[in-house]
Ligand binder design. Structure first.
Ligand code: LHQ
Length: 265
């Protein structure tokens, strides 16, 4: 049996590939467990300083494997709240809390929770042929896996509601132009660009990245005054790091910095 998640440990970063291509990498419980295990390993590893998430085959992820949550087959209405609580919500929380940058290379269609898991990552690159589909309304559900949050935060209510209510497939180029993702790139350049980002992060100030994620994520709920306090606290921490010392020395000595990424000496 093929691994439903392929976990490649490269020099300084890990590549995690969802691997159920005949189902457009739709999530079943086994794939959820495998992804969680892979992310936990990246989190715990001092060698891993960035994560690159992508999908095998022509899709990124088509969300929940509907064959696993088919009310007709189950004979009763499933408790989808429990599915979210046990699988999707912890996954979204883990991606947001990871102390290393998580890049998502959306190689093809991203639908339902698949779209929203991509949007939970820190930097989203998508192949120009990819589409983001809030497919939920087609099957009588609401956007989950953070969808109502990402869409509203990034796009505002007008576009969020239209995408969610119509399940309109948003092209990668529109997603980038609307500010939902970082970039749409030519299909044959997607992995090259994503890998270049991961390689750069693998040599970067990892702890400062973690603090940057934390600060930016806090900004969406804070007032300016609260956010200035967050910046003061986190900058104080960053300023005590070896990487700050190294960054300033390297700048003044006109040489490239060599960051360890560690929290402190
Ligand atoms: C699939 C799926 C799929 C199974 C394609 N499942 N097989 C959370 C909590 C708990 C429960 C409920 O849900 C959630 C969150 C959610 O994610 S709900 C939303 C679930 N996802 C969807 O509703 C999307 C369903 N898929 C589609 O609409 C289409 O497949 C898209 C638009 C993604 C792609 O269309 P095509 O490019 O035309 O591909 P296709 O439809 O031919 O799919 C290829 C194969 O993959 C096909 O199987 P087959 O045996 O005919 O080749 C599909 O049945 C299978 N597949 N998505 N979610």
């Amino acid at each position: 049996m093929n691994d439903v998640v392929i976990h490649e440990r490269r020099d300084g970063y890990h590549v995690i590939t969802l691997n159920r291509p005949d189902r457009l990498n739709a999530f079943n419980e086994v794939q959820h467990h495998a992804l969680r295990t892979a992310l936990e390993e990246c989190e715990a590893s001092g060698e891993c300083r960035a994560v690159l998430l992508t999908g095998a085959g022509r899709g990124f992820c088509a969300g929940q494997d509907l064959a696993d949550r088919d009310p007709a087959m189950l004979g009763e209405a499933p408790d989808l709240g429990r599915t979210l609580e046990n699988f999707y919500n912890p996954l979204v929380r883990k991606l947001r809390a990871m102390e290393k940058p998580v890049i998502c290379a959306v190689n093809g269609v991203a639908a339902g929770a698949g779209a929203n898991i991509a949007l939970a990552c820190d930097i989203v690159l998508a192949a120009k042929s990819a589409r983001f589909i809030q497919a939920f309304s087609k099957i009588g559900l609401i956007p989950d896996a953070g969808g109502t949050y990402w869409l509203t935060r990034h796009l505002g209510e007008a576009r969020a509601k239209a995408l969610a209510l119509t399940a309109h497939p948003l092209s990668a180029e529109d997603a980038a132009a609307w500010g939902l993702i970082w970039k749409a790139v030519d299909d044959d350049k997607l992995m090259e660009e994503a890998v270049a980002l991961a390689e750069g992060f693998a040599k970067g100030p990892t702890h400062a990245y973690a603090l940057t994620k934390k600060a930016i994520q806090a900004a969406s709920v804070n007032s300016l005054d609260e956010q200035l306090d967050v910046e003061r606290a986190l900058q104080r921490e960053a300023g005590r790091s070896d990487d700050y010392k190294e960054g300033v020395s390297a700048f003044l000595q006109k040489r490239p910095p060599v960051f360890t990424g560690r929290k402190s000496g």
